[in-house]
Design a protein around this ligand. Structure first.
Ligand SMILES: Cc1cc2nc3c(=O)[nH]c(=O)nc-3n(C[C@H](O)[C@H](O)[C@H](O)COP(=O)(O)O)c2cc1C
Length: 199
């Protein structure tokens, strides 16, 4: 089957994070985001792709700060409430029944019940005609110890971080499952690999 260009987002599982921000007036905002990625390891910077008409984008521009919250399965309804297009003066934490969590290094609060909180400051905006790429620097990263191993890695089967597979009329929420294969990073650096190629 050949897919139309408009269906290209249907072929890969996407993460679902909640971006929390504050307006300059101090109104709390939360919005789900799937076009989100860390920029290479070790997660020093992150990237969000944003349509232009987003209170989240406006708040980040105005205050320079945001929190990337990683919600678990069970928060789908709150995620979908936050996805609604509320006016910028509506407190979306209140609308979605979200409890604020004090942030250590930035002013916008995180969201209680999430698995991890990456506190970020705006580094750069890459503006395109219809969208903006927002680069943020992670200035503080904290996780819920109940879902993380002693080495700081997520026990993802227990934590069930929320993801989504997009479809034609909607999206199915998902979470990762172990395929049965574990690979150590040193496998990437075996001598048979082409010398000099960065990973
Ligand atoms: C699962 C999910 C992922 C989303 N991902 C994005 C995204 O990556 N970029 C974007 O601009 N909007 C995305 N949206 C839409 C925004 O969350 C939605 O428009 C929201 O109302 C924006 O809120 P705001 O205006 O308060 O920022 C997503 C919505 C859902 C449900």
């Amino acid at each position: 089957m050949i897919l139309k260009p408009s269906q290209r987002e249907q072929i890969i599982p996407l993460p679902v994070v909640l971006i929390s921000t504050l307006s300059p007036e101090g109104i709390r905002n939360a919005a789900p985001w799937s076009n989100f990625t860390p920029i290479l390891r070790p997660l020093e910077e992150v990237l969000l792709a944003s349509w232009l008409k987003r209170d989240t984008l406006e708040n980040i521009r105005q205050t320079g700060e945001f929190v990337v919250n990683v919600p678990p399965v069970g928060m789908e309804d709150a995620v979908m409430i936050c996805a609604q297009n509320y006016p910028s003066d509506v407190d979306e934490f209140q609308e979605a029944g979200l409890k604020a969590r004090h942030s250590a290094k930035v002013v916008p609060p995180g969201i209680e019940g999430c698995l991890a909180w990456a506190e970020c400051v705006l580094v750069e905006e890459i503006a395109r005609e219809k969208f903006v790429l927002v680069v943020g620097k992670v200035v503080h990263l904290e996780v819920d110890d109940r879902f993380f191993n002693a080495d700081g890695s997520m026990d993802f089967q227990r934590a069930k971080p929320l993801g989504a597979m997009l479809g034609h009329d909607g999206m199915s929420f998902t979470y990762p499952a172990y395929s049965g294969r574990y690979a150590e990073y040193r496998e990437m650096f075996q001598s048979s690999a082409t010398p000099g190629r960065g990973k």
